[in-house]
Ligand binder design. Structure first.
Ligand code: ADP
Ligand code: TYD
Length: 205
């Protein structure tokens, strides 16, 4: 049986890495096969592109940035995501195309129509079975993320940028209420994970 494709989204510091690791353990304890991956990245070439995309000292045109995100994604779908789904794995992916609509679209201002063309071209109909957006005010995300590391090219952006990214995510969620679920991530880790479990368990049925 074909596997399921779950993507986790949200602004930096929303808790994606924390919850992805927790979800992976949840699946493993149930003996369910998983493929844990991330974007940009997930393949050797994708990880090289990721390094360029996150490098604070590597300026690039906003459309170059968009195209590199989709180039990494093309590779990721073909080499990792599709084979994993075909062998029946649960694919748990830290970010996917909704991040491009939020960051490059909402944050940077790339036209939605251009992103839709690339989405159609690169994904050829592939969409996650479930996307969870961990929603929270940028000030909280920044305070949480800032505790752990030196900011990369995106994390170095200001709060107004992150407000636009958040609005981009909320707009995506409104347009696809069946696939995309919002979780209020300003609450405790335990409260967030209780909601997460309900959504994921629904997919198992
Ligand atoms: P992301 O991957 O979305 O950037 P992380 O999972 O790395 O976010 O979380 C950023 C920091 O915030 C980590 O130190 C993590 O332990 C902490 N954190 C995550 N979720 C919560 C929460 N609900 N409440 C308090 N701290 C949290
Ligand atoms: P992430 O893995 O969340 O970073 P970290 O390892 O610091 O938790 O994502 C890397 C950055 O890439 C993040 O700031 C968002 C950005 N990004 C985009 O701008 N567009 C995209 O399409 C994707 C997938 C990520």
């Amino acid at each position: 049986m074909r596997g399921k494709f779950i993507t986790l989204e949200g602004i930096d510091g929303a808790g994606k890495s924390t919850h992805l690791a927790w979800l992976a353990t949840h699946f493993r304890t149930r003996n369910l096969p998983i493929c844990q991956t991330r974007e940009p990245g997930g393949t050797p070439l994708g990880e090289k592109l990721r390094a360029l995309l996150l490098d604070k000292d590597q300026p690039m045109h906003l459309e170059t940035e968009t195209l590199l995100m989709f180039a990494a994604r093309r590779e990721h779908i073909q080499q990792v995501i599709e084979p994993a789904l075909a062998r029946g794995d649960w694919v748990l992916c830290d970010r996917f195309t909704d991040a491009t609509f939020a960051y490059q679209g909402g944050g940077r201002g790339v036209a939605c129509e251009k992103l839709e063309i690339l989405e159609q071209w690169v994904q050829d109909g592939l969409q996650p079975d479930l996307t969870i957006i961990f929603d929270l005010p940028p000030a909280i995300g920044r305070a949480r993320a800032g505790r752990i590391k030196i900011p990369d090219r995106f994390e170095a952006e200001n709060e107004a940028f992150y407000e636009r990214v958040r609005a981009g995510y909320l707009g995506r969620a409104k347009n696809d209420v069946k696939r995309i679920r919002l979780i209020d991530a300003s609450r405790s880790i335990a409260e967030v994970q209780a909601d997460l479990l309900v959504l994921v368990d629904r997919l198992c049925q």
